[in-house]
Design a protein around this ligand. Structure first.
Ligand code: ZN
Length: 406
């Protein structure tokens, strides 16, 4: 547990504001006067809102890496730069009808988006590996949503898939800003190898789908579910691309993200949360796998990147028990339950909706597997049980009023 986090936990016990709030640039947005619909991320954590997150590497990981490697400026530079990223509330202008075509740009190590044209739909491969991967993997995401959920792009309306590679200098992250994907390029001293990975892209783009489907709030248990939805569908996109059975999948998010010198398999392990990485250079994976280890904290918007381990494990256990391909029946149940659970579900309420949707979809034989999976992570399905595991100030913080374009 890092210093900031334990500070927050002590503050909770004493019932006062944490004195050393963990900066959480992933979530806090400030509507700028005169710029309707355009927002800038703010780095203070004390104002919680329900807007959509971005950024593959959670702020707490960057902070930990920065502390452990004081001579390596990448993580701190990234945290500083993240607050200057402009963010477009999704759906920008309602939706963006199009032909779901891909456009990959190169930022040429600068920070203006989208950059210069690198590879557009139908263009031949270029000499740049990350450009080609961004193009190919975005195609896999598009194909997944079309084939499995008959969904025409992120907004269901053919929105263009725009990506930019080679963003900034020392920019140790990848993000979705409501309009496009953007990838930094790790430097020589970075523990990261690349951010252009299929499940990472699937995770980030799924935040856009979740915003459209259910507008799930990004704090406390609903925020951890929002994170978990992105991990679930990001992982399903990878499993389908590799035609992997649930029982044979690695269930790791971001495999291939670390350099070979780092002791880690990825960013998160859905089946065994808390085991994805453990290295002096980057710290240790802190995700809980069971409600008994639920992290009550102010930082990270009430632990959205930590507590997502609990519903992640429930999904992995369920998909393995159900057998076959996880993107088929389990994926369909999760997709429908996300919408049915609405914008602010507790874990218990979302679990309830997975069981209801399984019945609606005619999978009554899977209900026992679902009940067992939720029981194994300490969640009791309930239509009415609210989130009481997140600190109250986080849980009840009213969404901030934000001007949306169109
Ligand atoms: Zn996320």
């Amino acid at each position: 547990m890092d210093k900031n986090q334990s500070g927050s936990d002590q503050a909770i016990e004493k019932g006062r504001e944490p004195s050393n709030s963990v900066a959480s640039p992933e979530v806090n947005l400030v509507a700028l006067a005169g710029q309707k619909g355009v927002q800038r991320r703010d780095v203070t954590v004390n104002q919680i809102n329900d807007e959509i997150p971005t950024g593959a590497i959670p702020p707490h990981m960057l902070q930990d890496i920065a502390k452990r490697n004081p001579n390596f400026r990448g993580p701190q530079d990234t945290l500083n730069q993240m607050k200057n990223v402009w963010w477009w509330p999704f759906p920008w202008g309602g939706s963006q009808p199009g032909k779901s075509e891909r456009e990959v740009y190169d930022a040429n190590a600068k920070t203006s988006l989208p950059g210069t044209k690198a590879r557009f739909e139908g263009d031949p491969a270029t000499t740049d590996d990350e450009t080609n991967k961004a193009y190919d993997y975005t195609g896999k995401v598009r194909e997944f949503y079309k084939d499995v959920f008959n969904r025409n792009s992120i907004d269901g309306n053919g929105m263009k898939f725009t990506s930019t590679v080679n963003y900034g200098q020392n920019y140790e992250n990848a993000f979705w800003n409501g309009k496009q994907m953007t990838y930094g390029r790790p430097g020589a001293d970075s523990p990261f190898k690349t951010f252009v990975l299929l499940d990472v892209i699937g995770h980030e783009i799924t935040h856009g789908v979740t915003e459209k489907e259910s507008g799930t709030r990004y704090y406390g248990q609903s925020g951890a579910l929002n994170e978990s939805y992105s991990d679930v569908f990001g992982e399903l996109i990878e499993q389908r691309a590799n035609n992997t059975l649930a029982k044979d999948a690695d269930w790791v998010i971001g495999n291939g993200i670390w350099k070979d010198t780092i002791n880690g398999r990825g960013l998160r392990d859905m089946l065994n949360p808390g085991t994805a990485y453990d290295d002096p250079k980057v710290g240790k994976d802190q995700q809980p796998a069971h409600m008994k280890d639920y992290k009550k904290m102010y930082g990270d918007n009430g632990g959205v990147h930590y507590n997502s381990g609990i519903p992640n494990r429930a999904f992995a256990l369920f998909a393995i028990a159900a057998g076959g391909h996880a993107w088929e029946k389990p994926g369909q149940i999760w997709f429908a339950a996300r919408k049915a659970a609405g914008s602010n579900p507790s874990f218990a309420q979302f679990a309830h909706h997975t069981i209801e949707e399984a019945k609606k979809q005619g999978h009554t034989t899977l209900v026992a597997d679902l009940q067992k999976a939720w029981a194994d992570v300490g969640v009791t399905p309930s239509a009415t049980a609210k989130d009481t595991d997140t600190p109250a100030r986080i849980r009840v913080a009213p969404p901030r009023k934000i001007n949306k374009a169109g």
